[in-house]
Design a protein around this ligand. Structure first.
Ligand SMILES: [Zn+2]
Length: 167
């Protein structure tokens, strides 16, 4: 899955950096780690993507944005979605996690598959407040501003914050 970094491939990677994550516009889809590979063959480009969890509603938006951008750049595009290996927060850099924090969003903790199910709540997982780093937090709502986030409240600094549960 590591296609050679030709001039065209590099150009495409940097163009993909301009597509924001629909859930958190502060970071882009490359930083998010969903773009796994870019391969170019003449005027054809194959972009391999891995959703942050299967069924993430934002994935379609991201696919469409990639599609549009590639067409704009004059390519015929094929998007391949791979589920294995599964997306992990390890694919986000520390810098990206820092950006999320600044945005008032707790970076996703290491969760099991069960935890990642959109209708289950992260149990026995310590969620740290992005503002004061207190572990004294509680879940207030399963769904935040989008289906991919949960609302939490920090008892330490008395501020609500969002947890990025599927990203
Ligand atoms: Zn706090």
């Amino acid at each position: 899955m590591n296609s050679p970094l030709t001039v065209e491939v590099k150009e495409i990677w940097s163009a993909l950096n301009s597509i924001p994550d629909p859930e958190v516009p502060a970071i882009n889809i490359v930083e998010l780690g969903v773009v796994r590979d870019v391969a170019v063959d003449g005027k054809r480009v194959k972009v391999t993507m891995t959703p942050t969890y299967s069924g993430c509603p934002a994935m379609k938006t991201m696919e469409m944005a990639v599609q549009e951008l590639m067409v704009e750049m004059g390519y015929e595009v094929e998007i391949v979605i791979v589920y294995k290996p599964a997306w992990t927060t390890e694919w986000m850099s520390e810098e990206t996690k820092e950006k999320l924090k600044v945005y008032g969003i707790a970076p996703p903790p290491k969760l099991t598959f069960e935890h990642l199910h959109p209708f289950s709540s992260p149990k026995n997982v310590e969620i740290k407040c992005p503002f004061c780093e207190s572990n004294n937090t509680k879940l207030t709502s399963q769904f935040g501003s989008t289906a991919c986030k949960s609302l939490y409240f920090c008892e330490g600094c008395h501020q609500p914050f969002e947890l990025f549960k599927c990203h």
